[in-house]
Structure formats: structure tokens, C-alpha cells
Ligand binder design. Structure first.
Ligand SMILES: Nc1ncnc2c1ncn2[C@@H]1O[C@H](COP(=O)(O)OP(=O)(O)O)[C@@H](O)[C@H]1O
Ligand SMILES: [Mg+2]
Length: 245
């Protein structure tokens, strides 16, 4: 199976970038390649986090595909960041990041859905320039800080995302002060997936190394399994083998 998994957050709930990086890097190399897309309209930071620059990336891809989006072009604009992870980096400035996403358009989102991809959408808002990605995604993961403010903001975001994406997974970061059942009830979700508070894993990821065996890495792997991210792809056709990412 292939597909696009989006990760986003709401006001007062940081953790989207960390979870997106953990999800992508938890895909075992033998499952195949995964594209990590920095699609934060407020400006990308994954390249800097993993020790790289923002080019090549979304800006060079948008320039190369300004007339018509072509999936096979993606390959020329990624940066290898691990055994099987390829990063599509975003510019750090919000104006350029947002306009680049708008220029890439729905063709980009639909193409990503044909690959194995994890996209960091930053903080969600109804007019997000990353909305096409949510529409094309297999699932969107909403990171929630399990506090009064975090849960209050997350409720409307969950409802909005649920009207656009076929599957929305609520992911509280930790279990305090509110536990999983309380968060699910307050947000309006049937269930939630707890993302562990794991500072050690965060610093490992920030150093450009992988945290597959840390609690965060293990949770990301289980979530990736649940969302079809780690399943190996069907026998590729000649055409899709060329463009597979
Ligand atoms: N699972 C986690 N466990 C512990 N700390 C975390 C976790 N996720 C994020 N953080 C902390 O929150 C900060 C912001 O996280 P980040 O993923 O960059 O948020 P966002 O992309 O939503 O702005 C990180 O630098 C880290 O210190
Ligand atoms: Mg971020």
C-alpha cells in the first residue's frame, strides 16, 4: 500500500514536526522509501533540524513544474536524509513557503498520494495553503496538547479536518492533565493515539539521527503500521518503478 499521511497541530499544541519526522524515520528500510514533505505554510524547518538547507526542495520543484505537475520530477528535488527517507524541504520564510504550496496546487497533492509520503502541515487553519494535501491524504494526524487550551482549540480543528479528510487521528502528546478518554470526548473523536513525551528522542531526531527504538519511535512505527505507511508496496509496474519515491 502507498499513500500520504499528513501531520498537523492546532493553536497551543506543538509537536507536528517532531511526529512527522518520527513517522517517516520509523518506516523500516525494507518497507521501501518514504518521502518526508515539509509543507508548513509558516515556513519549513525540517531541513535545518536535520542539518541541511532548503534547496533543492519545494521551491525548485514548483519552478520546474509551473506549467504542469509531474510526479517524476519530484525525484530531482529531494535530499536524502536517511537510509530510506527523502526530504522535500521548504523555504524557511512564511510568504515563500505559503506561495510555493499554492503554486504546486492539487496536482502535487494527488501525486504524493500515489507515493509513500508523510507531510508536516504545521499549524492547521481553515484557509491553509496545504489544504489540498489533507484532501488527498489517506489520513491526517492531529497533534493535541492535552490541556484545557489545547483541547479547546483542537475541537474545531478536528471537525474541520474531518470534513476534508477520510480519516483523522487525534494524537495527544502525553496523558496529562487529560487522559485519552477525556481528550477523545472533548475533541469529539472516537479514540486517540497517545504520543509519548520523549525528550531524549526529540534531541536524537534534532541531531539528524533516528530514534526507532525510543518510545516515540516505537509509537510512530505502530501508528505508521495502522495508517498503511509501513506496508510494502505491491509489485511496481515499470512506469511506477521509475517514479517511485
Ligand atoms: N513527543 C515529544 N516529546 C517531548 N517533547 C516534544 C515532543 N514533540 C515536540 N516536543 C517539543 O516541542 C518542541 C516543538 O515541537 P515541534 O515538533 O517542532 O512542534 P511544531 O512543529 O508543532 O511547532 C520541540 O522542540 C520539543 O522540544
Ligand atoms: Mg513545525
Amino acid at each position: 500500500m502507498s499513500g500520504l499521511v499528513c501531520v498537523t497541530g492546532s493553536k497551543g499544541s506543538p509537536g507536528a514536526t517532531t511526529l512527522a519526522v518520527a513517522l517517516a524515520t520509523s518506516v523500516p528500510p525494507d518497507a521501501g522509501r518514504v518521502l518526508l514533505v515539509d509543507a508548513d505554510p509558516d515556513g519549513g524547518d525540517i531541513a535545518a533540524l536535520l542539518g541541511g538547507g532548503s534547496n533543492p526542495g519545494l521551491v525548485t520543484l514548483a519552478a520546474a513544474t509551473r506549467h504542469r505537475f509531474a510526479l517524476d520530477e519530484v525525484e530531482r528535488h529531494v535530499q536524502p536524509v536517511g537510509d530510506n527517507v527523502a526530504l522535500l524541504a521548504a523555504p524557511p520564510g512564511p510568504d515563500q513557503a505559503a506561495s510555493t504550496l499554492v503554486n504546486l496546487g492539487p496536482g502535487f497533492a494527488e501525486s504524493l498520494a500515489q507515493t509513500r509520503a508523510v507531510a508536516d502541515l504545521g499549524r492547521w487553519r481553515p484557509d491553509s495553503p496545504a489544504a489540498d494535501l489533507v484532501r488527498a491524504a489517506t489520513a491526517t494526524v492531529l497533534v493535541v496538547h492535552p490541556t484545557v487550551a489545547g483541547v479547546a482549540h483542537a475541537r474545531s480543528v478536528f471537525a474541520d479536518l474531518s470534513s476534508r479528510c477520510r480519516r483523522v487521528v487525534v494524537a495527544p502528546r502525553g496523558e496529562r492533565p487529560y487522559g485519552p478518554d477525556e481528550v477523545a470526548a472533548a475533541v469529539g473523536a472516537e479514540s486517540v493515539v497517545i504520543v509519548p513525551v520523549d525528550r531524549a528522542a526529540v534531541s536524537v531526531l534534532a541531531g539528524g539521527r533516528w530514534a526507532r527504538r525510543a518510545p516515540l519511535g516505537r509509537t510512530a512505527r505502530a501508528l505508521g503500521d495502522q495508517l498503511g505507511l509501513t506496508a510494502s508496496t505491491e509489485t511496481p509496474t515499470e512506469e511506477s518503478a521509475e517514479v517511485a519515491v
